[in-house]
Design a protein around this ligand. Structure first.
Ligand code: CTP
Length: 255
């Protein structure tokens, strides 16, 4: 893994020198290599579950494995796109050497990483299964709740909607992608609502069975400008790496 400056934060190397004396034909100046690093979109991907501690040994979590987000990062890195993966607590991890990998545990950790990395990226793919609720204040992780203390009630507050927060700061030209994991019957309606409400350009609707499974049966809903008609494309069930390729292709066309 790279440990140097994040790809999203890299700035062009600017030299202040006098114009060169050598005469270069205008046609040569206009030719741009299609594969210079600055041409490649900078991708920020979040993946995996969040864990919200309730004491020293327990947490609230979910069954997300991070598989799709990891496959997306691998596919983008293989194309030479500078890729940062924010990955939650899952045993899985990417093996492409060019992926910059940063780990999070809680929703608060992920919120802070997004604050640091989202502004400079060209596309944000929010595949993380973020907790909807957490204890109102960080748990005391030095002690353990005992069963002998009798029945207990766990008070939970809703978490902030991270992608909605990031969308409010979205720059023109940035592309934000969300996911909607929903019961099949209500999946598309829910996804359309989330696309609008969360200020997204694209959302991947997929049924509940996708979580922690090797395959995905997805519909991509997209809209490049607010108010425009929503386009939709449904895919047959396929392994997550195959769908990752389709989604990165779609993002490449929209950027
Ligand atoms: N998401 C987020 N912050 C949260 C919860 C979800 O950024 N606190 C993101 C997810 O990463 C995903 C999208 O929002 O890309 C939809 O997640 P989902 O859990 O379906 O949305 P919720 O806002 O939690 O909606 P619901 O009311 O259905 O729970």
């Amino acid at each position: 893994m790279k440990t140097d400056e994040p790809p999203c934060a890299q700035s062009p190397d600017i030299h202040h020198t006098s114009p060169p004396e050598v005469l270069i034909p205008p046609s040569a100046v206009l030719i741009r290599s299609p594969v210079t690093p600055n041409d490649r979109p900078k991708l920020l991907i979040t993946a995996g579950p969040t864990h919200e501690p309730i004491d020293a040994v327990r947490f609230l979590g979910n069954r997300s494995s991070g598989t799709l987000g990891i496959a997306l990062a691998q596919d983008a890195a293989a194309r030479g796109w500078p890729t940062t993966l924010l990955l939650g607590p899952t045993p899985a991890s990417p093996d492409h050497p060019d992926i910059r990998l940063l780990r999070f545990t809680t929703t608060a950790d992920l919120e802070s990483l997004l604050r640091d990395h989202a502004p400079a990226c060209d596309a944000l793919i929010m595949a993380a299964a973020v907790a909807d609720f957490r204890p109102p204040k960080p748990a005391d992780t030095r002690s353990k709740i005992n069963r002998g203390d009798g029945p207990m009630t766990l008070h939970l507050d809703p978490t902030p909607d991270l992608i909605s927060g990031a969308s409010k700061l979205k720059r023109p030209g940035q592309l934000f992608v969300g996911f909607a994991l929903e019961p099949r019957a209500s999946m598309l309606d829910a996804a359309r609502g989330k696309l609008e409400r969360k200020g997204l350009d694209l959302i991947v609707a997929n049924p509940l069975e996708t979580m922690d499974a090797p395959d995905i049966e997805a519909t991509i809903l997209s809209r490049r400008t607010p108010g425009a008609e929503i386009q939709s494309r449904s895919y047959p069930p396929m392994p997550k790496p195959a769908f990752a390729r389709e989604l990165i292709d779609t993002i490449a066309r929209l950027l």
